[in-house]
Design a protein around this ligand. Sequence first.
Ligand code: DQA
Length: 155
Amino acid sequence: MPRYDILVLNGPNLGHLGQRQPEIYGRQGMDAVPGLVRELLGPRADEVALRFDQKNGEGQLIDRLEQARAEGTHGVVLNAGAYTHTSLALADCLAWIGVPAVEVHISNVWARPEAVRHTSHMARVVVGVVAGFGIDSYALGVAALVRHLKQPSTT
Ligand code: DQA
């Protein structure tokens, strides 16, 4: 059975999901994600080895992505938090490491009132974007990424 090592990486202010502004980010934490992935993938979830990490700093996120490359991680599901909208450095990292990434957001960033949230530096260097499904966005991102890794030309 093929095995996909996937890093689910959260950026700043995403270390307290469930407590942070639950009206926007919901009441569930990252511990819900493996169960949601299993709901989506069924027995195929056994093909996926998930690793979770969270960093508040921009440089720490870049270091973690470089580490993922060095470890041969097959793909990254990245919620870069506010760095999504500001970090050229993080986008530059994704552009060179050669590890396919899916950008995820818990909230629908385009439906939020602050215009700054409507742009993403990540979007042009990722396979695709999932946003607005609450904590399910991570599981949907994992499912989409695994599908892409299996059939990169059709997704
Ligand atoms: C977020 C959206 C960002 O605009 C915000 O800065 C976050 C979380 C989301 O998951 O909805 O920290 O990425």
